[in-house]
Design a protein around this ligand. Structure first.
Ligand SMILES: C[S@@+](CC[C@H](N)C(=O)[O-])C[C@H]1O[C@@H](n2cnc3c(N)ncnc32)[C@H](O)[C@@H]1O
Length: 325
C-alpha cells in the first residue's frame, strides 16, 4: 500500500452481514412512542454552553453545524447515512443542496417520503457500485453506534466493521470533489467494557455497574456497540484523515434529560393512553424488546446514565474526516 493508493481490502463478511433485527425493532418502537410524544430527532442537540437553549433550537443548530463541517452548500450532493426523520436532509434542502438518506427503519422511510425527502430503506453496508462517486459529502449523525453489535466486538470484528465503513464512504464520495468530507457524531466508550459481559443478562451485574447499564442499552434496548477514542482514526487510515473533533457529551446529556422528562410526562399521563393503544399490535409482535427498551429508558434510565457524572461513562465525539487518496 502506498500513501497515494489506500488499501481497498476489507472483510467481505462485513458487507454480507444482515441488518441487526433489534436495531430495526428499536426504531419501530421509537416510531410508535417517541414521534407521538413529539420527538423526531434522535441525536444530540447543540447547546454551545447555553443549557437554556430550547430543545428544538439546539437540534436545528446541530444540523446547521454538521452541514457547515461537511461543506454542504447550494448544489452539493449529500448522503445522510442513518438519516432518521430527515432533520439534516431538510436543512440541506433549505441550503439548495441535493440530499439522499438511507435508513434501516421502514417507518422512517414512510415519514420521510411523505415529507418529500429522498430516503431509501438501505443498510449502508449493502450499497452497491451504482452509488460510487455520487456524493460531495457524507454525514452519519448518531448512526455509527449501530454499525457494530456486542456479538461483533466479542468476535473481534469491530475494527473490520469501522474499516469497511470508511472504505465504503471513500468510494461513495466523488473523487473529483476537492477536500470531500465525512462528518460523524458517535458515542464512544470512555473505557472499553468486555463485550462478553454485555452478552450476559444485565441481572448478572450490580444495578449500578457499567456492565448492567451497557448490557441494557447495547445488547437489549437499542442494539449497538461504541468505539473507543482513537479507534476510528486508526480504522480510517488510508481513506480519511481526522481534521476536526469536538466533545459533545454535555450536549447529549442535556438532550437526553429533556427527552426523558417530556416523554415520561406524556406516556405516563392520560394523554399517553392513545399512544399505548396504537402501539399494542407492535408490542404484541415484539413483547420482549418492548419490555427491555422500556426498562432501559424509563426504569434504570440506562440511556441517560451514559452521559451523567464527571467523567461520564461515555464521550460523544463530533468528528470531521477529509478524504485522502
Ligand atoms: C440514533 S438514529 C439517528 C437518526 C438521525 N441521524 C438523527 O439525527 O435524528 C440512528 C439512525 O441510524 C439508522 N441506521 C442504523 N444502522 C444503519 C445501517 N446499517 N445503515 C443505514 N442506517 C442505519 C437507523 O435506522 C436510524 O435512522
Amino acid at each position: 500500500m502506498t500513501a497515494a493508493e489506500p488499501a481497498r481490502a476489507t472483510d467481505p463478511a462485513v458487507a454480507a452481514a444482515p441488518t441487526a433485527g433489534r436495531v430495526v425493532t428499536c426504531y419501530s418502537l421509537f416510531d410508535a412512542f417517541m414521534t407521538r410524544c413529539g420527538f423526531t430527532d434522535l441525536t444530540d442537540g447543540m447547546y454551545e454552553g447555553d443549557p437554556d437553549r430550547p430543545y428544538e433550537a439546539a437540534q436545528a443548530r446541530q444540523a446547521e453545524a454538521l452541514l457547515d463541517r461537511a461543506g454542504v452548500t447550494r448544489g452539493s450532493r449529500l448522503l445522510d447515512i442513518g438519516c432518521g426523520y430527515g432533520r439534516v436532509l431538510r436543512a440541506a434542502r433549505d441550503r439548495g443542496a441535493k440530499g439522499w438518506g438511507v435508513t434501516v427503519s421502514p417507518e422512517q422511510v414512510r415519514r420521510n417520503a411523505a415529507a418529500g425527502l429522498n430516503v431509501r430503506l438501505e443498510n449502508y453496508k449493502h450499497l452497491g457500485p451504482e452509488w460510487d462517486g455520487q456524493f460531495d459529502a457524507v454525514i452519519a449523525n448518531g448512526s455509527l453506534e449501530h454499525f457494530a453489535q456486542p456479538e461483533d466486538a466479542a468476535a473481534g470484528r469491530d475494527d473490520a466493521i469501522y474499516r469497511h465503513l470508511f472504505s465504503t464512504v471513500h468510494r461513495l464520495l466523488d473523487p473529483e470533489t476537492a477536500g470531500a468530507r465525512f462528518v460523524t457524531t458517535a458515542i464512544h466508550f470512555r473505557r472499553r467494557p468486555d463485550p462478553a459481559d454485555l452478552l450476559r443478562p444485565p441481572g448478572a451485574f450490580r444495578r449500578d455497574s457499567e456492565e448492567f447499564h451497557f448490557a441494557r442499552v447495547l445488547s437489549q434496548g437499542f442494539g449497538g456497540w461504541y468505539p473507543v477514542r482513537g479507534q476510528l482514526e486508526r480504522c480510517a487510515e488510508g481513506y480519511f484523515r481526522l481534521v476536526d473533533e469536538e466533545d459533545g457529551t454535555e450536549d447529549y446529556r442535556l438532550t437526553s434529560e429533556a427527552c426523558l422528562a417530556a416523554s415520561r410526562r406524556r406516556i405516563h399521563s392520560a394523554r399517553g393512553v392513545p399512544i399505548w393503544l396504537r402501539a399494542v399490535p407492535l408490542m404484541l409482535r415484539r413483547p420482549v424488546q418492548a419490555a427491555r427498551l422500556y426498562r432501559c429508558v424509563f426504569g434504570s434510565e440506562s440511556w441517560n446514565w451514559q452521559f451523567r457524572g464527571a467523567p461520564a461513562p461515555t464521550v460523544l465525539l463530533r468528528q470531521t474526516w477529509e478524504r485522502v487518496g
